[in-house]
Ligand binder design. Structure first.
Ligand code: ZN
Ligand code: ZN
Ligand code: FE
Length: 750
C-alpha cells in the first residue's frame, strides 16, 4: 500500500526531508520526499501498520523548529518504489499563492493564554505564525494584515515589536493581537443589549451554559450554538428552538482524556481528533456515558471534537465538561456569521450571545470525518481543509468552474493540476443558501483570480445550481451526469491513471439520469472519458415523489406493493389506513405523481420503514442510518438473494424473503444485518461479473449511501480479499459534497 502526504507549513529548510528519510528507513518504507511549491510531498510504501506508524510519527517526531499547518493524507495503491530517496524539488510549477485554512491554536499560544503572568493571559484571540485564523479573515491576496479583517486593529508597540522581530514566533503573524490592541469579546442578551465585555463576558457566558442556558458563540467561521452536553433539558430545548428534531449534534470536549471517557477511540480515530484540522470525528459512544441521550438519539455514535481556538479552550477550561457545539442556524440555512445576522436569526434560540469584533470574512462550518477500514473518510470537508487544493494526476487545459449539485453543495475551481474545493455551502433550498452560494462563487473567482473558460453543472434541470449556470455562464456551460461525477471524484482522488477503467458503484439518494429519470442505484463501467450504465436497480415508484425522502413509509409501501401486489392491503408493516392504502395504490397504478427511481438510498429507507425502524425522517437519510444502527447490533452472516439479469438488479426477491423473515419473527437487527450483507454480496457478484467480461479489477465506491460505515467497510474489505482494487473516498465526501470535484474532472476529458 502507498501513503501519500501533502504537508504545508514551515517544512522547508528545517531538516524535514532528512528526518522523513530517516523515519522511512527505520520503518523499512520505500518512496520519496520532495519540496514542492506548497510544502513537502511524501509518498511511502509498505504494510498498512507501518504506514500508520509513519503517519503518526511524521507529526510527532518532526524536527522541533518545523511547523505543520495542514497535513492531508490518503492510502493509495502502491506504485512499486524500489528505495527511499530525497527527490529534487519540483521546478517549473506555477507559483499560485495558497490560501491557508484556519489553523487550530498551537501549544505555545495555549501556554501563554493559561499563564497568569503572560501579557496574553486569558486573551481569546491569541495566535502566532503557526496558528490562528487564515481563510476566514482573508479579504484578498496577498495575505497581509491590511488585506484581512484585522486591518482595523492597529498593533500596540509590544505586538508591533514581535511582528517586526525576525526571530520571534509572531514575526509577520498577520492576525497578531493582544488585550490592548486586538479584537475583544462581549456578551449580549437576546435583545442585543450589551451585558459585559472581555474576561467578564466569557465568565458570564460560561456560567449561563453551566446553568442550562443556550449561548451563541462567535467562533472562527461562524456562530456555534452551545449548551451543556450532559444535561438533557438544554439539549432538548436547543433542538426545539433550532427545529432540529433528531439529527445528531457534535460535542466539543475539554481534552482528549474526557473524550475517551465517553467514547471508544481507535488509534486512527485519536489521530483524527488531535489532527491539526480538528474535525468533528464520528466515533462510537460508550455504553455508559454522561452525555445527554438527546445529543445523538437512537444512535450508537457521536461526533466529537477538540477546541480549536483559545476562546473555545477558555470556555471549556472553566466549564470542565463537554458542550454541544452545533452550527448556529435554523434547520438547513447557512451558519450565522455576523452580529446583525446572528441577532436577527438566533434571538429566539440563544439566551445569550458571546460575540467579538473581528469580522468573519467568509463562513466555514466545522469539518466532519469518519474512520472506515482504518482510513479517514470525510463526511463534510470544510474548516481546516478548505480551500487547500487537491492535486490531480493530470492538468486542466483551461480553467474550470464546477457548480456542484443541490444538496451538500460545494463548488470547485480546476486550475493546472489543482482543484480548489470550497467550504461546505449546504443544501440550496433557501434564498439565504442561494445568496451564500452565489457569494462563494464570486469569492472564489476573485480570490484565485481566475476566469473560467468551462463551467460545469449537474444534469438536473431543477437544481438551482444548474439554473445559476444557465443564467450566468450560458455560453460555456456543460452538464455532467450526477453518478458519473460521483465515480469521477472517487477515481481522481485515488489517482486512477487515464487509461484505466473502473467498475463504479454509485449509490445515493437521487440524481438525474441521462434518460430523464431519477437514478441512484447505479453500476457504471467508467473511464474518465465516459461511462456505460452496466447495471441498476429495477425501477420502483415513489408515490408523492420527493415527499418519499422525508416519508420513507411511502417507499416501503411501494416496495411492498410491487413485490406482493394486492396482498399489500393485508400487511400491517406500514402505518397506513385502508383508505390511505387505496389512495397510494391508485396513485401508483395511474402513475400520478409517482416517478420511478432506481435509488439505493430510497431502498435503504424503505427497508428501514418495512422493519418499523423509521417511517418518517426528520433529517436526511435518517431511516437509512437507523437501518445501519440496527444492523450493527447483530452478527448475522446470512444474506438474501438479489437476482441479477441482463443489466437489472431485481430487489423484489430480497423484499419477499425479508418480509418472510419478519413474519417468522426473526429479530429486526438480524434482518437489517442480512440486508446489509445482501448489498455487499451484490457488489461482489456484480464486480465479479464485470471482471469476467472485461478484466476490470478496480472498483470505485461512491455516493451518499457509502457514508454507511458498515456497508463501506464490508464491501471494501471483501473486494480486497477477492483480488479487486477497491477505491473509497479519503479526500472528498462520498456524498454530494464531492460532486464538484467530479464535475471539474469531467470537463477535463471532454
Ligand atoms: Zn500559536
Ligand atoms: Zn497588542
Ligand atoms: Fe449524489
Amino acid at each position: 500500500m502507498r501513503l501519500k502526504l501533502n504537508i504545508t507549513g514551515l517544512v522547508q529548510g528545517v531538516g524535514f526531508r532528512p528526518f522523513v528519510f530517516r523515519l522511512a528507513e527505520e520503518l523499512g518504507l520505500k518512496g520519496y520526499v520532495l519540496n514542492d511549491t506548497s510544502g513537502v510531498l511524501i509518498e511511502v510504501e509498505g504494510g498498512k501498520e507501518r504506514l500508520d506508524e509513519f503517519l503518526l510519527r511524521v507529526e510527532k517526531d518532526r524536527p522541533g523548529i518545523s511547523k505543520i499547518y495542514s497535513l492531508r493524507h490518503s492510502f493509495l495503491e502502491d506504485a512499486g518504489f524500489q528505495k527511499f530517496e530525497i527527490l529534487e524539488s519540483r521546478a517549473g510549477e506555477e507559483k499560485r499563492a495558497l490560501v491557508l485554512p484556519d489553523i487550530a491554536v498551537c501549544e505555545e499560544c495555549l501556554t501563554e493564554v493559561t499563564a497568569p503572568k503572560n501579557r496574553r493571559f486569558l486573551y481569546p484571540f491569541t495566535n502566532c505564525t503557526d496558528c490562528g485564523p487564515r481563510f476566514t479573515i482573508i479579504e484578498r491576496l496577498p495575505y497581509d494584515r491590511k488585506n484581512t479583517s484585522m486591518k482595523n486593529f492597529l498593533m500596540c508597540p509590544d505586538c508591533q515589536k514581535e511582528y517586526n522581530l525576525p526571530g520571534d514566533r509572531r514575526f509577520h503573524a498577520q492576525p497578531d493581537a493582544c488585550h490592548i490592541c486586538g479584537p475583544l469579546v462581549s456578551a449580549y442578551d437576546r435583545n442585543a443589549n450589551l451585558l459585559c465585555r472581555t474576561d467578564e463576558a466569557i465568565e458570564r457566558a460560561t456560567n449561563l451554559i453551566r446553568r442550562g442556558h443556550i449561548v451563541a458563540v462567535k467562533g472562527l467561521g461562524g456562530y456555534h450554538l452551545i449548551c451543556d452536553a450532559t444535561n438533557e433539558g438544554p439539549v432538548v430545548r436547543l433542538r426545539e428552538r433550532k427545529q432540529r428534531d433528531e439529527k445528531p449534534m457534535a460535542v466539543m470536549f475539554p481534552d482528549l482524556e474526557s473524550i475517551k471517557k465517553e467514547a471508544h477511540l481507535s488509534m486512527i480515530e485519536e489521530r483524527a481528533v488531535r489532527s491539526i484540522e480538528r474535525p468533528i470525528v464520528i466515533v462510537r459512544k460508550r455504553e455508559k456515558t454522561i452525555l445527554a441521550d438527546s445529543v445523538s438519539p437512537d444512535n450508537a455514535t457521536v461526533g466529537v471534537f477538540l477546541p480549536y481556538t483559545p476562546l473555545h479552550y477558555l470556555i471549556l477550561k472553566k466549564l470542565k465538561k463537554p458542550i454541544v457545539a452545533t452550527s448556529a442556524n435554523i434547520s438547513d440555512e447557512p451558519i450565522a456569521k455576523d452580529e446583525a445576522d446572528a441577532f436577527a436569526r438566533l434571538s429566539e434560540i440563544a439566551d445569550c450571545f458571546l460575540t467579538h469584533n473581528r469580522e468573519i470574512v467568509r463562513r466555514c462550518d466545522d469539518s466532519v470525518v469518519r474512520i472506515v477500514s482504518e482510513r479517514q473518510m470525510p463526511v463534510r470537508r470544510s474548516r481546516g481543509f478548505a480551500p487547500l487544493p487537491l492535486m490531480l494526476p493530470f492538468k486542466f487545459k483551461k480553467p474550470v468552474l464546477a457548480l456542484g449539485p443541490h444538496m451538500n453543495n460545494t463548488i470547485a475551481l480546476g486550475i493546472d493540476e489543482k482543484v480548489f474545493l470550497s467550504q461546505h455551502i449546504g443544501d440550496l433550498d433557501t434564498p439565504l443558501a442561494m445568496e451564500y452560494y452565489e457569494e462563494t462563487i464570486r469569492d472564489f473567482l476573485r480570490l484565485f483570480d481566475v476566469k473560467p473558460e468551462i463551467v460545469v453543472s449537474d444534469l438536473h434541470p431543477g437544481y438551482h445550481s444548474t439554473g445559476y449556470g444557465e443564467k450566468y455562464f450560458h455560453d460555456r456551460l456543460v452538464k455532467a451526469q450526477h453518478h458519473f461525477c460521483h465515480i469521477l471524484s472517487c477515481m481522481a482522488e485515488n489517482e486512477v491513471p487515464e487509461d484505466v477503467r473502473v467498475t463504479g458503484f454509485a449509490f445515493d439518494g437521487t440524481g438525474y439520469g441521462t434518460d430523464d429519470t431519477i437514478w441512484g442505484g447505479e453500476v457504471l463501467v467508467a473511464s474518465y472519458r465516459g461511462f456505460n450504465r452496466a447495471y441498476h436497480l429495477q425501477p420502483f415508484k415513489l408515490p408523492g415523489g420527493e415527499k418519499a425522502v422525508k416519508e420513507p413509509f411511502r417507499t416501503a409501501f411501494s416496495l411492498l406493493y410491487e413485490t406482493f401486489g394486492e396482498r399489500v392491503r393485508d400487511f400491517g408493516f406500514v402505518p397506513l389506513s385502508e383508505e390511505e392504502k387505496n389512495f397510494y395504490i391508485n396513485m401508483m397504478k395511474k402513475g400520478v405523481n409517482s416517478p420511478a427511481t432506481t435509488s439505493m438510498g430510497r431502498l435503504f429507507d424503505g427497508v428501514a420503514s418495512i422493519l418499523g425502524l423509521k417511517h418518517k425522517a426528520s433529517y436526511h437519510a435518517q431511516a437509512a442510518i437507523s437501518l445501519e444502527q440496527a444492523a450493527l447490533k447483530s452478527d448475522e452472516t446470512g444474506s438474501y438473494q438479489f437476482v441479477v439479469k441482463n443489466n437489472m438488479i431485481y430487489q423484489f426477491p430480497v423484499i419477499d424473503r425479508l418480509v418472510d423473515d419478519l413474519i417468522k419473527g426473526v429479530d429486526k437487527e438480524a434482518i437489517a444485518k442480512k440486508f446489509h450483507n445482501t448489498v455487499v454480496e451484490m457488489i461482489l457478484k456484480i464486480s465479479e461479473l464485470i471482471r469476467e467480461e472485461t478484466g476490470i479489477k478496480t472498483v470505485a465506491l461512491s455516493g451518499g449511501v457509502f457514508q454507511n460505515a458498515l456497508l463501506l467497510e464490508d464491501s471494501f474489505n471483501k473486494l480486497r480479499e477477492r483480488g479487486f482494487t477497491p477505491l473509497m473516498h479519503q479526500s472528498v465526501p462520498p456524498n454530494d459534497g464531492g460532486i464538484s470535484l467530479g464535475q471539474a474532472v469531467y470537463s477535463r476529458f471532454l
